[in-house]
Each structure stands twice: as C-alpha cells, then as structure tokens.
Design a binder for this molecule. Structure first.
Ligand code: UD1
Length: 366
C-alpha cells in the first residue's frame, strides 16, 4: 500500500514522524514523505528531519512562501502532477496548514483516498486561515482521525457520517514520548544561563497577534514588563521576526532585561525548555496540547482555541493583553491541582492509526 504522508510546515514534521516509523515496521505499507516546502529553513524544517530520524523527503514540491492563494495554488498544481504519475493508495494529511487543505483538494478530485490526522478541531473563528483549512479538509477527507471527543462532536454537527470518524488520540504526544530521553538529556537551561523552573517560555506567530504593529507593540511592552520579574525565553518565529523589524520593535525586546530572544529552536532543545519551564505564553496550537500533557501552566494569547479540552481538562487559559498578567499571577500562585491528560493522549496514537489503515475497506468509505 503506497501511503503519501504530506508534510509542509514546522508543526507537521513531528506529527508525521511517529506515523512514518510505525508504518515502516509493517511489511504491507510503503510510506512516502511528500514535503511541500511551505517551511524551508534549517530551523523550521530540516532540523526536524534530523532529530526525528526521518529520511530526506521522497518528493519535494518546493512551494516556498507566498500569499495564501499562491501557496495553496502551487501545492494544488504541483501535487496534482505528482498524483497523476504516482497514484498512491492513500494520502495522509495532518494539521491545518495551507498545504493540508491543498493536498486534500488535489487528491480527492482524482478519487484518491485521503485521511486527515487531527481532524475535527474548530476555533469557530473564520478570520483564522487555519480554520478555513480545517473546514475544507474535513469536508473532503474520507477518513477523519480525531484527537478528542469535542472533535468528533464538531464533525457530527457538520453532517459528517459517523463511519468516517475514528478517535485515535493525539499524535504529538507520540512525538514527545519518542524523544523523551533525548529531551531530558538536552540541558538547555545551563546553555542559556537559566535555572530550571524559574523562567517562562514564549512563542507567538499567529497573524492576529503579530501582523498588526500596534498589537505587536503592546505584546513587546507586556513581555518587557513580565521579563523584569522573571526570565523569559522567546524563540522568534520568522513571521514574527519580519514584523518586529518592519515595525521597528526589535530594539524594544533587545533592550528588555530578562527577555532572551533566540532563533526558532529545534524540537529537542525547545521541548527541554518546555519541560523545565515555570509557564508558557503562546498562541500555538501544539504547545497548548503539550503543556496540558505535562501539566505546565499555559497562557494562550487568543480569544478562542480549537483545542477546548486543554482548558477543561488541562492547564491552558485563554488570555487577552488586559488580563494575562493577572491570570499568570493566579496560575503561578495557585496549586497545580490534579492533572489528567485526555484519553488516548498516551503515546500510542500512531499504532491506532496504523490499525485503522490496515483495516481500510474502500467500499465502505465511499
Ligand atoms: C504556518 C501555518 C500555521 C502554523 C505555522 C507554524 C498556514 C496558513 N499557517 O504559519 O498554521 O501554526 O506555520 O510555524 O499554513 N518563513 C521563513 N522560513 C521558513 C518558513 C517561513 O522565513 O522556513 C517566513 C515566510 O517567508 C513567511 C512567514 O515566515 O513570510 C510565514 O510563513 P507561512 O508559511 O506563511 O505561515 P506561518 O506564519 O509560518
């Protein structure tokens, strides 16, 4: 069975890695990595292949940066060409980036089976490009592998037939468990001159936070203020870096005492900082999940989340610029409370996905 695994951007690489390795162990499966090239820097892409022991992609579409239509259009055209030639038996897309949606459209239009890993998540906020990608991908994909019961419910409400939906759990926890030993050994705090448990980690890259110069200035002011009380490590995403420079805000952070801006980090050192951090300030989806699994307070600078289970069952709190300091203080002063990772966030999701693929009966899906 020829199975294309579509990887495009930073959060995708760690999602396909456990699945690739699990499929590689099966004699009936031939996994093929397709890199669309949406992310292309060493730190945003290549390092993840090295760290997760993934081979170089079998197919590289080289789409690079661009507007949403440009990026989506290039993946559609280039991947369609690949599909004409290779005719895989199954295309697996992950997450919610532009390439996820584009690969799904290209494959379903050619009648090729598509499965979406991390299906059913909804922020109900259509101003987020990722929400549009999620809606289109889930409307078209044949098999929807979900991480949590809320995702199943969202799909049912959208009229997706139950037999297409399978709850398999959270693949990001597989990635974390796969790398746990190496993450523990990474001693990043020494390297940065920090004490374990005495710093916060910051990641911000969503257009809604970093594209508006005024909002970005307020965020810089907030970080400078928090940094006066506790060290902050901020690996700066390329989108954020570009916008900081455009708005002339880079010096505000450089001058802020206690704020350590660094390049985007590789998975292992980054997760070592998460493991040892006191808290996280973020707008990332994956980090809301990882902190929930690890029981670390997470301040999410967004009005909504497509991962509500991280709030109900986890350590995540939605914040605004106005209330984040108060919520942070409460989280740091409060008792950690009982911490219970959601069902199937157990490091065994890749195995469940492999079983699901093994049992595919094409006649039932259509
Ligand atoms: C994309 C995804 C988002 C995901 C994020 C993780 C979409 C719509 N968004 O957002 O869901 O959470 O990736 O990082 O698909 N750039 C580089 N080097 C790179 C990659 C990008 O310099 O390796 C620059 C690009 O030139 C671009 C900017 O970073 O200007 C943003 O990249 P883009 O892929 O458009 O979106 P992200 O913000 O990374």
């Amino acid at each position: 069975m020829i199975i294309h695994l579509i990887a495009a951007a930073r959060p995708n690489f760690m999602k396909i890695a456990p699945l690739y390795h699990a499929l590689k162990r099966e004699d009936w499966a031939h996994p093929v990595i397709v890199h669309t090239g949406q992310h292309y820097d060493m730190n945003m892409s290549d390092s993840f292949f090295e760290d997760f022991s993934l081979p170089a992609p079998d197919i590289h579409l080289g789409v690079g940066s661009g507007t949403h239509a440009e990026q989506t259009g290039r993946v559609l055209m280039r991947y369609e060409g690949v599909l004409f030639e290779k005719r895989p038996d199954l295309v697996v897309v992950v997450g919610d980036v532009n390439s996820t949606m584009a690969a799904t459209i290209a494959a379903t239009k050619l009648g090729i089976l598509v499965a979406h890993l991390e299906a059913g998540l909804r922020s109900f906020d259509r101003s987020m490009p990722e929400e549009i990608n999620r809606l289109v991908t889930d409307a078209l994909a044949d098999i929807l592998w979900t991480p949590s019961p809320d995702a199943d419910e969202n799909l049912i409400k959208e009229g997706i037939p139950q037999h297409r939906i399978q709850r398999v759990g959270n693949i990001m926890i597989d990635s974390l468990e796969l790398m746990r030993e190496k993450i523990n050994a990474a001693s990043m705090t020494n390297h940065l001159g920090l004490e374990p448990g005495k710093y916060g980690l910051v990641t911000l890259h969503r257009p809604s936070n970093v594209d508006d110069p005024e909002k970005l200035r307020s965020i810089c002011d907030l970080l400078a203020k928090v940094g006066r009380e506790i060290d902050l490590v901020f690996p700066v995403h390329p989108r954020t870096r570009k916008n900081l420079e455009k708005a002339g805000l880079a010096p505000v952070l450089e001058k802020a005492s206690g704020v350590h801006c660094v390049e985007p980090m590789r998975y292992i050192p980054f997760m070592n900082l998460v493991f040892n951090g006191r808290f996280v300030i973020t707008d990332s989806g994956g980090i809301q999940e990882e902190t929930t699994y690890l029981g670390i307070p997470c301040m999410t600078l967004r009005p909504n989340t497509e991962r509500p289970i991280t709030i109900h069952q986890g350590t995540n709190r939605l914040c605004t610029l106005e209330d984040i300091e108060e919520k942070l203080r409460k989280a740091l002063n409060g008792r950690a409370g009982e911490h219970r990772p959601p069902e199937f966030w157990d490091g065994r999701t890749a195995g469940r996905v492999v079983e699901s693929i093994r049992s595919i009966d094409r006649t039932e899906i259509v």
